[in-house]
Ligand binder design. Sequence first.
Ligand code: MG
Length: 297
Amino acid sequence: MACLETRRKGRWSGFYLPWGRNRAAANENSSIPRKERGEGDLRFLRFQEKGLPSWGIVEEDLVERISWKDREGGLFKRAGEYYPIADLKLLPPCNPSKIIGIGLNYRSHAEELHLPLPEAPILFMKPSTAVIGPREAIVLPPQSRRVDYEAELGVVIGTATHRVAVEEARKHIWGYTCANDVTARDLQPKDGQWTLSKGFDSFAPLGPWIETEVQDPAALQVQGLLNGQVVQQGSIDDLVFSIEELIAYISACMTLLPGDVIFTGTPAGIGPLREGDQFTVRIGEIGELTNRVALLP
Ligand code: MG
């Protein structure tokens, strides 16, 4: 399974071995600079090039274009072409067939709302059409008078996942990204399934990339910043249901496909967005996702 990486243009060069297979061997064979944040660690993103989506890997403030030969197997070709990340029109880092959201999954958020902790994960879905990328606008729909931010950790699935045990769940994770579970709060009580209140176009900002290696996901800190001010702060170890428990629970019902995303819940501090605001989801080790807020044109 191990594939050698080379910087020579045009060679199949993937060494990225998801789901923990042969990771140590891959790292030994790789000539990619070992970054401080973790050996063998890669950040994948998508960007627009000549009107079409392209894939890239992030190297500090540059992006190298890649093409996939076998995405689930982790085999890709480096193009040897680098772009300054600041010059790129970034796209959402994946194209999920579905987004599964989790309600009330932080103890701090349940306490804030004076609600008991759920006995089982509360699932809802956001449509693929809600997804937007970094720097794109969250559009306020005219039928809502209060649209809220919800800074969240997004877990991106790597392989088709059906009825996996908690102990096996981590192998199915491709990586992690920043997510904003934008919600029309005033519509939510009328909407028993939350589909309307959480399903508007632009209500699922994702990005900026998929971070494939996080040493200890439970130690991640999730922050939400409204116009630069920290308004949300939470730790993944405050989750009521862990990432692995969520994958096992969801996959016992539906098959999760590569690129599907689980929104793991939001910590305390939710609040409204207004036209002209900028909201940033910041997660240590992963990065920052910023979106502006606009009215429907
Ligand atoms: Mg949420």
